[in-house]
Design a protein around this ligand. Structure first.
Ligand SMILES: Cc1cc2nc3c(=O)[nH]c(=O)nc-3n(C[C@H](O)[C@H](O)[C@H](O)COP(=O)(O)OP(=O)(O)OC[C@H]3O[C@@H](n4cnc5c(N)ncnc54)[C@H](O)[C@@H]3O)c2cc1C
Ligand SMILES: *[C@@H]1O[C@H](CO)[C@@H](O)[C@H](O)[C@H]1NC(C)=O
Ligand SMILES: *[C@@H]1O[C@H](CO)[C@@H](O)[C@H](O)[C@H]1NC(C)=O
Ligand SMILES: *[C@@H]1O[C@H](CO)[C@@H](O)[C@H](O)[C@H]1NC(C)=O
Ligand SMILES: *[C@@H]1O[C@H](CO)[C@@H](O)[C@H](O)[C@H]1NC(C)=O
Ligand SMILES: *[C@@H]1O[C@H](CO)[C@@H](O)[C@H](O)[C@H]1NC(C)=O
Ligand SMILES: *[C@@H]1O[C@H](CO)[C@@H](O)[C@H](O)[C@H]1NC(C)=O
Length: 564
């Protein structure tokens, strides 16, 4: 997440008006017969879906009452589209404006449990009703699969499950799935200035999706992934039963450390081991422009060698973005930005990079030496000096329009290759890259230790990134085409057979399942990309714990094809 790739900011006035206008314009273009027919169908559709959602609401409410014995409480945790706060509850944890259109399919119901028994009851009641259940924690899924579906669905929204219990003597923490990473970092910091946790850099990301998807952050090279520090968990299974590590068994415990929680159950909490952080760490950001600085290509080329192999305490993220040229009016160029986290002092870092990466020209003045928690705030793009309290801000109901894809690079790209790629970035005009170096601890952990398989042999991961503010659907089409084209241009430079992808960078382009009779074949397509050979073990576990595939979504782990 960088200032320009992940722009903060509230959005938007007048979305409804603009979209209604668009819909209206389209309708006017049709002849009047079709117009009135469409209008009639629209009314029928709206009224019948309201009626059915009313009865779904009543049935579901009664079921919750029966399965919790809380007739007085459950009506406070169940929303139907007729409840006045339904839209607000829905959009609070939408983190991609692309999936917040009036045309985006809405849930029949939203359940916002505050107690474990209510989670179990919600699972049982959705199963009884035969309706798909989508589980949402922080809502950061790039394709919104925690809150959007093509089929009728209910959202189980976990934002109330946010308790965090840090135990410094045990160097561990129990954190509930609806807590945010920012809240987790903050609570650790309140108890200790020399402990931290290796997870993502965006403070509003939810623990539930992030950790079950294999989360990583800027201590990846020193410590590995978030899932490498999970020591226990609580999950509600398909029968509504609450399990911990011991009662779920090692297979299911393995699966929810990177296989995606949503295929297996509802994760209530994780127990995590804390990691040591020094009292002083160092961060910096250096930019260079292709058309102003002849060393830009050399820097990017050299970065590929240095970033994945240098001292494990150093994480150097590289951003490549098309930007307006300052020397050539109207033209574009490429900006390379190196953003760094170093678990040590500025003097050590300047001397280390002076030796190993002199092309970067790092000076002490470029460095900010600070505490770990302030580095978290800095990485989240707040100004130097902002109080860590900002990590507690859930920043509700705000988002850009965005699209992401991912790749892994296993061999350095040549200078010619890089220059060709730069040309393509400029040609396309908007989509950028984030390169995240691997190596260090990531190369020491076996590919089957957790479901996340992309360990040794990967130099860096690419995130394709395009953000925009315009509501018009044509703009979305343009940027979608762009990012897909760039992905296609990158084919010769990235991993193949399978072309690997990162589950937390959800991308429905790489394959989906309709959860019908071909779900195993469909699931294999994206499953091998996300999990390589670990896919097969995930399928076996899925088949054992959820044989009827209740916990399903567009990219869930399928069950084995039935023998019948
Ligand atoms: C701005 C931004 C920055 C990001 N930065 C990073 C980063 O630095 N590192 C990184 O690794 N990733 C990063 N991500 C990706 C992020 O880790 C994933 O999107 C992650 O899945 C989000 O978790 P969530 O709970 O917020 O999302 P949600 O959308 O709530 O959930 C994501 C998926 O997990 C499932 N799920 C959620 N909660 C539960 C639960 N309690 N039990 C079972 N299943 C559940 C959902 O059904 C869905 O399939 C970033 C995303 C964004 C938008
Ligand atoms: C609800 O109460 C009934 C009657 O006391 C009892 O049999 C049942 O087990 C209870 N159910 C739950 C979920 O507590
Ligand atoms: C939704 O509306 C129903 C009917 O008016 C009401 O009983 C219920 O309490 C409302 N739900 C919430 C969460 O406010
Ligand atoms: C180019 O970048 C290098 C390394 O950051 C720096 O030393 C140099 O001053 C830059 N040159 C120009 C013209 O910006
Ligand atoms: C960052 O803030 C700290 C404390 O507020 C200050 O000492 C330091 O000089 C600042 N650094 C930069 C680069 O602004
Ligand atoms: C979603 O749309 C609503 C209605 O236009 C708007 O109020 C809200 O801010 C939007 N939220 C996000 C996250 O885009
Ligand atoms: C698509 O977006 C790019 C970059 O913003 C722009 O240059 C181009 O004109 C757009 N194309 C269309 C058809 O809108």
């Amino acid at each position: 997440m960088s200032k320009s790739l992940y722009k903060r900011g509230k959005y938007h006035h007048g979305l409804f008006q603009i979209q209604n206008q668009l819909v209206f314009d389209k309708m006017v273009m049709k002849d009047s017969f079709r117009l009135s027919l469409a209008f009639l169908l629209l009314i029928l559709h709206v009224s019948s879906s309201l009626a059915s959602s009313d009865s779904v609401y009543d049935t579901f409410l009664q079921c919750l009452e029966k399965n919790t014995n809380q007739s007085d409480q459950v009506s406070n945790i169940l929303y139907s589209p007729t409840n006045s706060s339904f839209s607000k509850v829905l959009s609070n944890y939408i983190r991609n404006a692309r999936l917040n259109r009036t045309t985006t399919r809405k849930p029949l119901l939203i359940v916002t449990p505050t107690q474990e028994t209510q989670v179990g009851a919600a699972v049982i009641c959705a199963k009884t009703a035969g309706i798909q259940l989508k589980i949402r924690s922080g809502g950061h899924d790039y394709e919104g699969i925690s809150y959007v579906s093509d089929v009728p669905f209910i959202i189980l929204d976990m934002f109330n499950f946010k308790s965090i219990a840090v135990d410094i003597a045990d160097e561990s923490v129990w954190v509930q799935s609806g807590a945010t990473l920012g809240e987790l970092y903050y609570e650790i910091w309140k108890k200790s200035k020399v402990h931290g946790f290796p997870a993502g850099v965006c403070p509003t990301v939810g623990v539930g999706g992030h950790i079950s998807g294999g989360g990583y952050g800027n201590m990846l090279r020193k410590y590995g992934l978030s899932v490498d520090f999970v020591v226990d968990a609580q999950i509600v299974d398909v029968n509504g039963k609450l399990l911990d590590r011991k009662s779920m068994g090692e297979d299911l415990f393995w699966a929810i450390k990177g296989g995606g929680g949503a295929s297996f159950g509802v994760i209530l909490s994780y127990k995590l081991k804390l990691v040591p952080v020094p009292e002083r760490v160092t961060v910096f950001r250096i930019e260079t422009l292709l058309d102003q600085n002849s060393t830009t290509t050399d820097i990017v080329y050299k970065w590929q060698q240095v970033a994945p192999s240098i001292d494990d305490g150093l994480f150097m993220r590289l951003l490549l973005q098309p930007v307006s040229s300052k020397v050539n009016k109207g033209a574009k160029t490429v900006r390379a930005t190196v953003i760094t986290m170093y678990l040590g002092t500025a003097d050590q870092l300047v001397s280390l990079l002076g030796k190993e990466f002199p092309e970067l020209g790092l000076k002490k003045e470029d460095c900010i030496e600070t505490s770990w928690i302030d580095s978290v705030v800095w990485w989240a793009n707040f100004d130097n000096g902002t109080s860590p309290d900002v990590l507690l801000d859930r920043d509700l109901d705000s988002a850009n329009f965005l699209r992401r894809k991912s790749d892994y690079v296993q061999n350095p790209i040549s200078k010619d290759g890089l220059e060709w790629i730069f040309k393509k970035l400029i040609e396309l005009g908007k989509t950028g890259f984030v390169f995240n170096p691997y190596g260090g601890k990531m190369s020491e952990i076996s590919a089957s230790e957790t479901p996340f398989p992309h360990r040794a042999g990967n130099l860096y991961k690419i995130q394709y990134s395009v953000n925009w503010d315009e509501v018009e659907i044509e703009i979305e089409r343009n940027y979608t085409t762009q990012v897909r084209r760039l992905y296609s241009y990158m084919t010769p430079f990235v991993s193949k057979n399978p072309r690997s992808a990162f589950l937390n960078y959800r991308d429905l382009d790489i394959g989906i399942t309709t959860n019908g009779k071909d779900s195993y074949q469909e699931g294999m397509v994206y499953g091998l990309k996300y999990f390589n050979d670990n896919f097969h073990r995930l399928v076996k576990i899925k088949t054992a714990v959820d044989p009827d595939n209740f916990f399903r979504n567009e990219q869930s782990i399928p069950t084995l094809p039935s023998k019948a």
